[in-house]
Write a protein that binds this ligand. Structure first.
Ligand SMILES: Nc1ncnc2c1ncn2[C@@H]1O[C@H](COP(=O)(O)OP(=O)(O)OP(=O)(O)O)[C@@H](O)[C@H]1O
Length: 622
């Protein structure tokens, strides 16, 4: 942005923010005012966002460990949908610190990385001014902040769409963010991207709720007037145990009411005095526009489940590799080649889509080698800023840079000495570090930052990527010499949908994730037909949830949370997701176009245009 334009932006922010009348009218004006009056921020200030130190980041991540685990499949799916449109995907904690980062394809990734929109950066409104994450968390509602709506003019290149995530008691737990750096980003398209993000956040909330109340009955309220995600949990006596934020709103439930053990019949107008627990679907009357609800039975606490996926003992190591390969012919061949070189230090490159088992394979390779008793050290190159990867990997001497620990740091490569170093998402390794890594592999020694002498190391490197590294090499995005060094042996992990043993994998994962339930033939068919963009991770997640909600120990197709967008197309894409969001909004609005447009925050004309483009009939659906 030119200096004139920047000046204009700052003048406009100051004039709107200092005008209390303007602040009543729009969310952005309100936020600008908070930034100016409450946080005393300067819209002209330049500079990168604050980033947490490695140990601060670890503490923050530990605090939301379960949320990260539950959210991961949804984040991966959202990433699959929006990455081609140039959006990154993030999960942030309530302090607006990014905890999970998934970058898009192409140049956008570089821009986002340059601006530190990644794990460890802090985007709270009180520090960064009006921005998607900070403002959505401050206002606790889905928010878009586009271009010049940012408080600080330096962020004007970006557009964010953010949906807060609420936990099982309706408290703010974090937020899902997507950010694009496209200058020509269309406002309506961005609103649709917000709707897709909100859906992902809702699914995360439902998964949190179902996990926390897995021993209770769960009733999902449809047509609650507050969008989906309205769930209540109750016990055998039909007394309330909990309610999601959407359900609290729809039914006007307070913390006290829930804590007092309110009867379901007092919270909802049921057809009779008690809910018929034998029916899958139930009619509900009255309050909050609730029309009907879906019922899910409790999962009886399963004994002997804890730790069933613990690391296997050394005796079972080779069995582990064989189990992962299953009976897929190509994988079986790869494993037998691996077995022949298991004890060598030859590097292995694992290539495969997200959730296809790269991490699991890397661990199994380590465990099957003579190095099994030595350290296994892993680093995800995509989840970390360049400066941190550098210090983490290569280590540094005490006092090597401002903020460095006095005692220095050994670095992960040296920590893995004698063992295995696993570098995940190697395709995201910045070019300068590619060069340093190559030197380590060639010379078998590492020189920590600030150190005078290199230290000899003996590590086996296993690297993994979901990208086509060969194509990146051809485009100049990855060093050719490093690429050839990394792929002493390359193993391609097929996506689940292409595995020759898909049926067996489904049966095995079902036995592990839902040991007390059985798949109906229809559910099995639905799983076989589904393309699983999130691969085995998604399969695990779907079956774990289904195991929690299955009625009478039988998993029916209705228990499988298979997002419809992906079911009909081979790969999830933005257009399909957009079409689904529109169809969903229209259905929830009973076919009323104006109401649906309002809920999507786009104009009626835009909605009509999109309906026409997608071939959705404007007729009222009753
Ligand atoms: N062959 C397999 N059989 C059963 N479970 C598997 C298999 N491969 C992977 N899994 C499970 O699937 C989940 C995802 O695997 P993993 O984390 O290894 O995938 P990934 O390819 O490293 O994903 P990402 O690229 O997103 O990091 C894990 O829970 C893992 O245990």
């Amino acid at each position: 942005m030119g200096r004139m334009a920047a000046r204009n932006h700052v003048d406009r922010v100051l004039s709107v923010a200092s005008n209390p009348a303007a602040a009543d009218r729009s969310g952005v004006a309100n936020s600008w005012r908070r930034c100016l009056v409450d946080h005393k921020l300067d819209p002209a200030r330049l500079g990168p966002p604050q980033t947490l130190t490695q140990s601060e980041l670890k503490t923050s991540a530990a605090a939301m460990d379960e949320l990260i685990r539950i959210a991961m499949p949804e984040l991966d799916m959202l990433h699959g949908v929006v990455r081609e449109a140039g959006y990154c995907v993030n999960l942030a904690d309530t302090a607006a610190t990014i905890m999970v980062s998934r970058l898009p394809d192409g140049d956008a990734a570089t821009t986002l990385r340059d601006w530190k929109i990644y794990t460890g950066s802090v985007f709270s409104e009180a520090v960064e001014g009006t921005n998607g994450l900070g403002t959505a968390l401050a206002e606790e509602r889905p928010t878009t902040v586009q271009h010049h709506e940012h408080f600080r003019e330096q962020w004007a290149m970006f557009s964010c769409a953010v949906a807060p995530v609420f936990d099982e008691v309706g408290r703010l737990a974090g937020a899902v963010n997507i950010t694009s750096c496209r200058a020509d980003l269309d406002r309506a398209a961005h609103q649709m991207a917000l709707a897709i993000t909100v859906q992902a956040a809702r699914r995360i909330e439902q998964a949190i709720f179902r996990t926390r109340f897995r021993n209770g009955w769960i009733l999902a309220l449809a047509r609650s007037g507050s969008g989906d995600g309205a769930l209540v949990a109750f016990d055998e006596d039909q007394r309330l145990l909990g309610a999601t934020r959407a359900a609290r709103r729809a039914l006007d439930l307070s913390d006290e009411a829930i804590a007092s053990g309110l009867l379901l019949s007092q919270a909802l107008r049921l057809d009779g005095a008690r809910l018929d627990l034998s029916a899958e679907q139930t009619r509900l009357l009255g309050r909050g526009g609730v029309g009907f609800g879906h019922l899910a039975a409790p999962v009886r606490p399963a004994s002997g489940l804890a730790g069933r996926r613990e690391r296997p003992g050394e005796a079972r190591c080779d069995a582990d590799l064989l189990r992962l390969a299953g009976s897929d012919p190509a994988l079986m061949r790869s494993v037998s080649r691996l077995a022949r070189i298991a004890d060598a230090t030859i590097p292995v490159l694992l290539q495969g889509e997200t959730g296809s088992g790269k991490d699991a394979f890397a661990r199994a390779i380590h465990a099957s080698a003579a190095r099994a008793g030595r350290p296994y050290v892993a680093l995800n190159c995509a989840a970390m800023p360049e400066s941190l990867i550098d210090a983490e990997l290569f280590g540094y001497e005490g006092g090597a840079f401002t903020g460095a620990r006095r005692s220095g740091s050994k670095g992960l490569i040296a920590q893995a000495d004698g063992g295995t170093l696993f570098l995940d998402e190697i395709g995201d390794m910045p070019p300068a570090l590619q060069t340093r890594l190559l030197r380590v592999l060639e010379n078998r020694e590492v020189r920590p930052l600030g150190a005078l002498r290199p230290v000899p190391v003996d590590v086996r490197l296993i690297s993994a990527t979901h990208r086509d590294l060969g194509a990146m090499v051809a485009d100049g995005g990855f060093r050719a010499d490093l690429y050839y060094r990394l792929r002493g042996l390359q193993i391609d992990l097929p996506p689940l949908r292409e595995r020759g043993d898909k049926a067996e994998v489904i049966a095995r994962v079902a036995a592990e994730e839902a040991p007390l339930a059985r798949l109906t033939a229809e559910a099995r068919t639905a799983l076989m037909a589904y393309p699983f963009p999130g691969n085995i991770r998604q399969l695990r997640h779907v079956l774990r949830l289904a195991g929690c909600t299955a009625d009478g120990g039988l998993i029916a197709p209705g228990d499988l949370d298979l997002p419809p967008c992906a079911a009909e197309v081979p790969a999830a894409d933005f257009e399909t997701a957009e079409r689904n969001v529109i169809a969903d909004a229209l259905q929830r609005a009973g076919g009323h176009v104006l109401e649906a447009a309002r809920s999507l925050k786009i104009s009626r004309a835009t909605l009509y245009r999109k309906m026409k483009a997608f071939g959705i009939e404007p007729a009222r659906a009753h």
